[in-house]
Design a protein around this ligand. Structure first.
Ligand SMILES: NC(=O)c1ccc[n+]([C@@H]2O[C@H](COP(=O)([O-])OP(=O)(O)OC[C@H]3O[C@@H](n4cnc5c(N)ncnc54)[C@H](OP(=O)(O)O)[C@@H]3O)[C@@H](O)[C@H]2O)c1
Length: 284
């Protein structure tokens, strides 16, 4: 499969066609002067292990892994960083000494770095997270260790329960319940659902939101996401998409591979302009 390709790094996912990671890594490569080739590889749902084995046996020195393979990448790793162990989910792999595969998770540091850049987070903030999938597993340790309280609201309550059990030893985390309606405003609401429809947008009660609430959509696309459209519709003051998280998590993968942390802010600006994003942050 990789016979004629001499790339060293790649992102693996399904779907993967619209991934911005190759573009981000080409910015990093130009900036640092390190020759770092980076492709995107579509993986059939049942073939993650065989595709990754083939990649690392031939040319691969490092990989990013995206939905829906982060949990498989966790069991595929031969060693794990502390944050990947806690998340039980891996988005970055590194071949070390030609001997073993180190699994890391840079989603948490990626999201936290972007929230700090935007001035969207402070210690003791109360955060509502919509979703309880692999991305949430990746970011919870960072948010809880920063000193925030987290509430999880997810379609499948069983998944919310599992994630709360997994992370409650690291801080203040609870399942969102209806009793909080009318008595609580959230400082930050993060959308980590893979699908956010207009219908699900209307389900979030406005009584949970104040004029100071910040909204962060982990998703990003060429146009506004449904979540961002909904933020605009309800007159939210501060909202943004997940491009910044994407660039920061990529920078921390790059750091694992090359021991250099690239500059990120100008790349976030370029990507947001390219996407023609509606974007309102506290930096303006
Ligand atoms: N910006 C970034 O750098 C970055 C990084 C990581 C992830 N992401 C994005 O974050 C999103 C989530 O990723 P993930 O890895 O957590 O995916 P995942 O593991 O597949 O989890 C998907 C989540 O979305 C929920 N969901 C799916 N369809 C839904 C629907 N129709 N209505 C309500 N909820 C629904 C699921 O709820 P159930 O539990 O009920 O199934 C689950 O909580 C993806 O779109 C991904 O692209 C962005």
């Amino acid at each position: 499969m990789f016979k004629d390709q001499k790339f060293n790094y790649a992102v693996f996912g399904n779907p993967i066609k619209h991934s911005k990671s190759p573009m981000i890594h080409s910015f990093f490569s130009k900036q640092t002067g390190i020759l770092h080739t980076y492709n995107s590889i579509h993986v059939p749902l049942k073939d993650f292990r065989s595709v990754l084995c083939s990649f690392f046996e031939k040319y691969g020195q490092g990989a990013n892994v995206t939905a829906p393979f982060k949990r498989e990448a966790y069991s595929f790793s031969t060693q794990l960083t502390e944050r990947a162990k806690i998340a039980q989910s891996v988005n970055t792999l590194k071949k070390v000494d030609n001997q073993y595969l180190l699994g890391d998770n840079t989603d948490g540091i990626g999201l936290l770095s972007d929230l700090i850049r935007l001035n969207f987070i402070k210690k003791n903030y109360s955060i509502l997270i919509l979703g309880a999938g692999g991305a949430v597993q990746g970011v919870l340790f960072s948010l809880l260790s920063f000193g925030c309280s987290v509430f999880i609201l997810n379609r499948t309550i069983e998944n919310s329960k599992k994630i709360v059990l997994q992370f409650r030893k690291y801080g203040n985390i609870n399942i969102f319940n209806q009793e909080l309606l009318n008595i609580k405003y959230f400082d930050l609401i993060i959308n980590a659902r893979s699908i956010y429809t207009e219908e699900s947008g209307n389900v979030l009660p406005l009584s949970l939101i104040s004029s100071k609430t910040c909204f962060y959509d982990m998703n990003y696309q060429i146009d506004n996401t449904f979540f961002i459209d909904w933020c605009i519709k309800i007159g939210a003051t501060y909202y943004t998409n997940g491009i910044g998280m994407l660039v920061f998590q990529a920078a921390h993968s790059y750091f694992l591979w090359h021991n250099i942390l690239p500059e990120t802010n100008y790349i976030i600006e370029i990507l947001n302009k390219k996407n023609n994003m509606e974007f309102k942050d506290k930096l303006i």
